[in-house]
Design a protein around this ligand. Structure first.
Ligand SMILES: [Zn+2]
Length: 270
């Protein structure tokens, strides 16, 4: 799973470790995961200093000292490991960046995810269609409600639509709706202002708590890492079909809402 809390966890862990360091070498094991030939990609990154690491929605962005960016988009099953060659967990690594201090950043999987080296201008174009970050300071409860009112879909579909809000996928959408006590198939046009505010508050609460616990990434981030994946057992409805609801004792169900698997408690989510 790679949603807002997982990517925020990676940003928070990586940023202090790699900011200010140069990339000394690049190993590309899966050319389909990048946007250039392995040679161009490697020579473009070689010697470049990573100024800082930013997150936008569920995208991780390395700002490089030549004005270019390394845009990382992790999908389900992808992971990042940081450390020495000999200590990395088993698995297929599509891309490895060697840093000047001897540590490496290993990108595992990247079968659907990718790492693109692009210009700052291209990045702006790439990000333009995306909706605001859930924690965008300009995204108030009121402006969230105004945006939500424009959607003609069911509530769950809006939450997982990156053009509406970026960073929320299937798992955390279900958790947010459970927190808000609203069904995934709620019709937005019929929702009250109070219900919309509840979705907004629940969104920030659930994502913040999950990020603080290290998200739900299955693979640890480094040899010393004790944080990553700490939220894995904290999901209240996601992948808990048939289990008792922690809030009301009802039975959690799995249903398809707008072509998406949705876990919820029909007894207390109205
Ligand atoms: Zn319940």
């Amino acid at each position: 799973m790679s949603e807002w809390p997982e990517i925020e966890t990676y940003r928070a862990l990586l940023s202090p470790l790699i900011s200010g360091l140069s990339i000394e070498g690049t190993t590309v094991n899966r050319e389909k995961s990048i946007n250039e030939s392995a040679e161009e990609f490697g020579s473009g990154l070689s010697g470049r200093k990573i100024l800082f690491v930013e997150r936008r929605g569920k995208h991780l962005i390395f700002h490089l000292d030549d004005g270019n960016r390394l845009l990382i988009n992790l999908m389900a099953g992808d992971w990042i490991y940081y450390g020495r060659e000999g200590e990395k967990p088993d698995g297929e690594y599509a891309l490895i960046l060697e840093l000047e201090d001897g540590n490496r950043i290993f990108f595992g999987g990247l079968r659907h995810g990718y790492a693109y080296r692009i210009s700052a201008k291209k990045l702006i174009e790439f990000l333009r269609p995306l909706g605001p970050d859930p924690f965008d300071p300009r995204l108030s409860a009121d402006s969230f409600g105004v945006r939500l009112r424009t959607k003609r879909s069911k509530l769950k579909s809006a939450l997982v639509d990156p053009k509406f809000i970026s960073g929320i996928g299937n798992a955390y959408a279900d958790e947010i709706l459970f927190e808000a006590e609203l069904r995934p198939d709620s019709v937005i046009a019929a929702m009250s202002g109070d219900e919309m505010r509840k979705v907004y508050d629940s969104m920030r609460k659930v994502l913040e708590e999950a990020a603080r616990s290290g998200g739900a990434i299955a693979v640890r981030f480094s040899a010393e890492d004790m944080l990553t994946g700490g939220y894995r057992d904290s999901f209240k409805v996601y992948e808990r079909a048939g289990e008792a609801c922690a809030r009301c004792g009802g039975t959690i169900v799995l249903e398809t809402v707008s072509n998406r698997k949705s876990y919820y408690c029909p007894s207390c989510q109205k």
